[in-house]
Design a protein around this ligand. Sequence first.
Ligand code: FES
Length: 167
Amino acid sequence: MSSLAEKYPDEVKAILAKYPPEHKRSAVMPLLYLAQRDGGGYITKAAMEDVAQIVGISVSDVAAVVGFYSLYHDKPAGKYRIQVCTDVACALRGADKFVEELCDNLGIKIGETTPDGLVTVEEVKCLAACNHAPVFQVQTPDGLTYHQDMDIKATLELIEQWRKEAK
Ligand code: FES
């Protein structure tokens, strides 16, 4: 597999140019974004090694960044990655029950993907909309959308819409 610098020399150069050479480790996040885009929605171990090598930090430091942020992934998922906040404030407003019911309706467990590869359901920490639970963000190859004050019916309708669009 070729490296990011070989595949996207101009983008890598442009990213690194934003930081002083002695602080090139700060480029880790945009480089991970590039690696994730290249990987079709997740970052392989080889890509983490590549990013680590480019910015001069350890692979475990890169993996720690990937693990910390809910917008980076180290595993493939469905086309739509639904990330439901189940942090304390949202849990008090029923987010736990919501995510369980959602998974039951989809016939999957938290962290799993529907057999048609359309939807993955994950739990995440605070999405900064605590008084609007149930709240979730949806990641797709095209970007990120937020949905708040949701219920099961509205969420299943949304998924049904995606299913139709996927056909
Ligand atoms: S605790 Fe869920 S959005 Fe803040």
